[in-house]
Write a protein that binds this ligand. Structure first.
Ligand SMILES: [Fe+2]
Ligand SMILES: [Fe+2]
Length: 200
């Protein structure tokens, strides 16, 4: 049997995520997400942690890490608008279901902007734009600082999705994670090496 694959979070990451989760509005958002779909909630917290981990070892300042944690945690808020049957479907989505699923980055943008979290909204709308077959936009944003955060969150999102089991697939071993990252991630290739250095 394959050894389980892990993303190696550090105590510093745990400290930063704990602070981020205590922010009142983040708590509120996450409560709603946990009520809608527990697995998306758990994935969101892990993506927040993974975003901190990757941001810490790339060009970001220490003082940006808590914001990045919040953007990571809130990246999938649009899934509030995806029905449970689709989120939990044990098999490939049909065209109608895929269309609904592919709306979640835009829905996340609308949801977060409604409450004044427009930067978090921009990261939410961009988090599926750093891989092949990107959506909702085919062409990703320019090289702004928001884009660089979106790139980190996008990578954290892909890594978590590959490493952890989902309703429709088991967790993958490190060499499969590496192969898929190299095939699918269209952001800065050096970030792939950085991500792999945190996975065992
Ligand atoms: Fe997503
Ligand atoms: Fe996600």
């Amino acid at each position: 049997m394959d050894k389980k694959t892990h993303i190696n979070y550090t105590p510093i990451v745990s400290g930063i995520i704990k602070q981020a989760l205590k922010i009142e509005r983040v708590e509120e958002y996450l409560k709603r997400l946990a009520t809608h779909h527990k697995d998306t909630y758990a994935h969101s917290v892990r993506v927040g942690m993974c975003s901190i981990l990757f941001a810490r070892s790339s060009e970001f300042n220490q003082r940006d890490l808590q914001d990045i944690a919040v953007y990571g945690v809130l990246h999938d808020m649009g899934k509030l608008y995806v029905p449970i049957e689709i989120l939990d479907k044990n098999g490939p989505l049909d065209t109608r279901e895929r269309d609904i699923m592919n709306q979640h980055p835009r829905q996340g943008f609308l949801e977060l902007s409604k409450f004044g979290d427009s930067l978090a909204g921009l990261v939410a709308v961009g988090h599926h734009e750093y891989k092949k077959n990107s959506y909702p936009r085919k062409q990703r944003r320019d090289d702004s600082s928001v884009s660089r955060i979106s790139e980190i969150v996008a990578l954290a999102d892909i890594c978590d999705a590959l490493v952890h089991p989902r309703a429709y697939k088991p967790g993958m071993n490190k060499s499969t994670v590496e192969r898929i990252l190299r095939e699918q991630f269209t952001g800065n290739p050096q970030l792939i090496n950085l991500a792999l250095s945190h996975i065992s």
